[in-house]
Design a protein around this ligand. Structure first.
Ligand SMILES: [Fe+2]
Ligand SMILES: [Fe+2]
Length: 252
């Protein structure tokens, strides 16, 4: 099974980037299933129903979230029935699924998300303990993990902890792709962060002047998407049978 996973799609320009570069992905990285992180699709914060449908129209079969999962309250209305998985280490009463399982040609792929706790601020359960409890309950041909976190040290620790127990661990959240795609010693494919899809010259997808102002003034500001025509797309292509990982990177 070959899958393409796209890093955090940020705002309307993120959707445009996917639309723009998808023909090249299909040509350069033929795949069976397209997955993406969707925590920033709706104006940079969360995912509303119209944008979820937009992701489905682009052919994305599974959507992961992150710390911005619940920024749009509308998500509560459709999360249970959608092809969406939120972090498994939220408290047990948090709406949404711990595991999303997709079928392709008679094979099953389970998608889970786990969130790091370093510099994240969410009320999360211990990711290591959550994985120990959750993984034995999954009976699928393949398991893909979106590892949503800020600290590469924590991401590497979690990845090595579950090396050999899952097929791939791909990081999200920082919006900056890392140059460490590899197979871990026990066979799990890994990259610390897939990067993002959206504008190229914003700051993590957000308006750069607003972000600079936040740092130079020390004042809280409301981030908004950077409006620009120059786009980028970042992700990975994984062959789960042959155990290969290729980094996908396009920009205007
Ligand atoms: Fe994000
Ligand atoms: Fe995030």
């Amino acid at each position: 099974m070959r899958i393409v996973f796209l890093g955090d799609i940020y705002g309307e320009n993120g959707l445009k980037a996917v639309e723009r570069f998808l023909p090249r992905i299909k040509n350069d990285y033929p795949h069976d299933l397209l997955l993406a992180n969707g925590e920033n699709v709706s104006s940079g914060l969360g995912l509303n129903k119209a944008d979820y449908k937009g992701l489905m129209r682009l052919g994305i079969r599974g959507v992961t979230l992150g710390n911005h999962a619940f920024s749009k309250a509308e998500l509560f209305e459709f999360i249970e029935d959608a092809n969406i998985v939120r972090a498994a280490n939220y408290p047990k009463n948090t709406p949404g699924k711990n595991v999303l399982t997709l079928n392709y040609n008679g094979q099953t792929l389970s998608i889970i998300q786990i969130m790091g706790r370093i510099f994240m601020g969410d009320p999360l359960n211990n990711p290591f303990e959550t994985l120990d409890e959750l993984l034995p309950t999954i009976d699928s041909d393949y398991i893909f993990v979106d590892l949503h976190g800020e600290a590469t040290s924590e991401k590497l620790a979690i990845a090595h902890y579950i090396d050999g127990r899952v097929d791939a661990v791909i990081g999200t959240h920082t919006h900056v792709p890392t140059n460490d795609a590899m197979m871990l010693p026990k066979g799990t494919l890994y990259q610390s962060d897939a990067g993002m899809c959206g504008v190229k010259f914003g700051i993590l997808g957000a308006d750069r002047d607003t972000v600079i102002n936040k740092f130079t003034s020390g004042m809280p500001v409301r981030l908004r998407p950077h409006d620009d025509k120059v786009l980028q797309l970042n992700g990975v292509c994984l062959d789960l049978e042959k155990k290969t990982i290729k980094t996908i990177r396009y920009s205007d």
